[in-house]
Design a protein around this ligand. Structure first.
Ligand code: DX5
Length: 205
């Protein structure tokens, strides 16, 4: 299982050294929140540009924003994967097609309350589907194990599609994710709040 540490849980006073600590990660997960789609504001594209200067790890940018179409271009020089929420206010096909036209890998994220079937019709053109295992907006929440049913359904129906999960993934819940066939696990608290983030990444894998 690949690991994507979420910068949301990092020490923002020491971001450069924090990125050094997770240089063995498979992706860096960047939670962009607009305070409208989710009840929290995190950080924006300018912070991501600085982070890109101090990391060689692929960037998995996740837009928890109501209008991703408006902001996609601000990540053109930093993102490798761009995910957005199917529940946002823009047209899903339009956002996916724009991400593809930018030469980025498109992904769609599902809130816990959204049935997995809603994403099926887009999967043929997606790199990845992100299954939220907490309500989006904040780190440090508890893992919602029932969301693994979505992972199993996606892996069964679309074997070549990557599936990522995000929220409450740690040493205890990572085995549940792996057993469900998860490809990429996002972990913020479990990595950045660990004594040894590199060891935490290896342990989660
Ligand atoms: C919620 C955020 C968190 C974060 C990881 O929108 O996306 O899930 O990335 O949180 P923890 O600290 O639970 O790994």
């Amino acid at each position: 299982m690949k690991i994507a540490p979420s910068v949301l849980a990092a020490d923002f006073i020491n971001l450069k050294s924090e990125m050094e600590k997770v240089k063995t990660a498979d992706f860096i997960h960047l939670d962009i929140m607009d305070g409208h789609f989710v009840p929290n504001i995190s950080y924006g594209p300018d912070v991501v540009k600085f982070l890109k200067k101090v990391s060689d790890v692929p960037f998995d940018v996740r837009l928890m924003i109501s209008h991703p179409l408006k902001y996609l271009d601000t990540f053109k020089d930093t993102a490798d994967v761009i995910s957005f929420h199917i529940e946002c206010e823009d047209d899903t096909d339009e956002v996916i097609d724009k991400i593809i036209s930018m030469g980025k890998k498109p992904a769609v994220a599902l809130k816990p309350g959204t049935p997995v079937e809603e994403v099926y019709k887009y999967c043929h053109k997606l790199y990845m589907v992100l299954v939220m295992t907490v309500e989006p907006g904040f780190g440090g929440q508890s893992f919602m194990a029932e969301q693994m049913e979505k992972v199993k359904k996606l892996k069964e129906k679309f074997p070549s599609l990557l599936v990522e999960a995000d929220g409450g993934i740690n040493a205890k819940t990572a085995p549940v994710c792996k057993a469900a066939g998860l490809d990429i696990a996002v972990a913020g608290t479990a990595v950045f709040r660990a004594e040894d983030p590199a060891a935490a990444i290896e342990n989660l894998r």
